[in-house]
Design a protein around this ligand. Structure first.
Ligand code: SF4
Ligand code: SF4
Length: 454
């Protein structure tokens, strides 16, 4: 077992981590199932208000490879199809189902692929595995994740990096990294997923490695985390485990893990892990793949952490479509009057205004901050202390970029690598002038992309 480390970023004084072992959150009275729960295309509804639906029944579908099927996550009656805001505030068509409390499953699919163990995976054609994953509507379990059939398929055309070499880059994937760590603690669905999922984990890793063709599997786990049955599984399959420093932020970001574990650098700003021969998947996704193949059923829930100022911070198996308000209740309710509810973690999440926003395939948790702890302040001018430069994990000069974005010099900022910013928030965290760095940089990036699209 090797230990990977890096030196930029920041050490955070973290709230206590929630209990590691996931529990099941109660199914809500009503689920809100958006017809797009990922980056990509929206599904067409396959039901109408008044229809009775069974658990696991398809309620949204599309022919597009960049759309994941949507299944009912409770049995009951379709009440309405309405627009509700996703985690970023964009209105999305959403099927609302009233739960009848019966959890009556749809008739089993006679053609479903069922896999009992990882050896069987090795005797199954990758195309059959991929078809089963597509039928289950799986999505990469991370913000802006793609449907898994798109994530696991080779790109339609060779990708090229004109800004670097002008030479088309064609790489086959040789390494699968399974990410059992989480970037934005204490939101820890991947760490929590290590407990109690031996068979699914083994089948999931074997299946994803077989589909993408990776010869080498590395499992990245947080130093000191309870690894459950992982060491035994990994030793039997010749997969390696690397530990990363869980007290250092942003230790869980894909590009940083890839660099620390393989020495390869994902080209920024528009490169992908595939361009350096790596597929990196959150452990939560791998578990979903394992469960789908083991049961022949779609996944109806996901690992979701509720943390911050709630009575019992913890990671749940939460039904997809459960409103955030119900997840806060499941964690014992907010401690004190909530001041901010952040979808995602405290460093990279987005504060949200609508507690009807549901748990989706790409959401990993929520963080509550009580009103008494919410600080309001206005940013002061930069005092050129240089702290932001010291911590930026991608070696930018945030102070300079922030000023350019503040005064509308967006293209100039782009020339200084603005688009390489990974929005980790380290610069804002250390800034003594409390400058709203991430907001300024996000504004700049949005303006650059909008102008280039014109
Ligand atoms: S400039 Fe971007 S990448 Fe660098 S510290 Fe700030 S938010 Fe993080
Ligand atoms: S940390 Fe804040 S005050 Fe210091 S150089 Fe960076 S932006 Fe300026």
């Amino acid at each position: 077992m090797s230990v990977a480390q890096w030196f930029k970023g920041i050490s955070l004084r973290r709230p206590p981590a929630p209990a590691a072992s996931p529990s099941e959150a109660p199914a809500p009275e009503r689920v809100y199932l958006p017809l797009r729960q990922h980056r990509g295309d929206v599904c067409e509804p396959q039901v109408q208000p008044g229809d009775q639906v069974a658990l696991g029944q398809i309620i949204g579908s599309s022919e597009s490879i960049e759309a994941a099927l949507v299944h009912a996550t409770v049995s009951g009656k379709v009440e309405q199809i309405i627009d509700i805001s996703d985690a970023e505030g964009h209105p999305t068509p959403t099927v609302v189902i009233q739960n009848d409390g019966k959890d009556a499953w749809a008739a089993p699919d006679a053609d479903a692929l069922i896999i009992d163990n990882a050896d069987q995976v090795l005797q199954t054609k990758p195309s059959h595995l991929l078809k089963a994953i597509r039928k289950a509507g799986l999505v990469r379990a991370a913000a802006h994740g793609l449907p898994m059939q798109a994530e696991l398929s080779p790109p339609m055309a060779p990708r090229s990096y004109l800004f670097m070499t002008g030479i088309p880059v064609v790489r086959t994937i040789d390494t699968l990294i399974v990410k059992a760590v989480d970037a934005d603690q204490p939101i820890i669905p991947n760490q929590a997923g290590l407990a109690g999922f031996g068979a699914e984990l083994e089948i999931g890793i074997a299946a994803v490695a077989r589909i993408c063709g990776a010869q080498k599997v590395i499992i990245a786990a947080a130093k000191g985390a309870d690894l459950g049955q992982l060491p035994q599984i990994a030793a039997a399959r010749e997969w390696s485990i690397s530990q990363v420093n869980g007290c250092h932020y942003p230790f869980g970001l894909d590009s940083m893990i890839i660099n620390a574990l393989t020495g390869r650098e994902v080209p920024t700003p528009y490169g992908e892990p595939r361009d350096v021969g790596v597929l990196i998947e959150p452990l939560a996704t791998i578990l979903d793949v394992g469960r789908v193949l083991r049961t022949g059923r779609p996944v109806i829930d996901r690992l979701f952490t509720v943390a911050g100022d709630v009575a019992k911070p913890q990671t749940f198996r939460a039904r997809l479509g459960t409103p955030m308000a119900e997840m806060i209740k499941a964690a014992g309710g907010a401690s004190g009057q909530p001041g901010k509810v952040i979808i995602g973690g405290p460093m990279m999440g987005m504060a949200h205004f609508d507690l009807n926003t549901p748990v989706t395939k790409e959401s990993d948790g929520l963080f509550v901050i009580s009103l008494a702890k919410v600080q309001t302040f206005s940013g002061e001018p930069c005092i050129h202390c240089g702290r932001c430069v010291q911590v930026c994990p991608v070696n930018l000069i945030p102070a300079e970029l922030g000023k350019m974005c503040q005064y509308g010099h967006y293209e100039e900022a782009a020339d200084k690598d603005l688009m390489h910013c990974i929005e980790c928030g380290c610069c804002a965290y250390v800034c003594p002038a409390k400058r709203p760095m991430v907001h300024l940089l996000r504004l700049g990036k949005t303006e650059v992309l909008a102008r280039r699209a014109e």
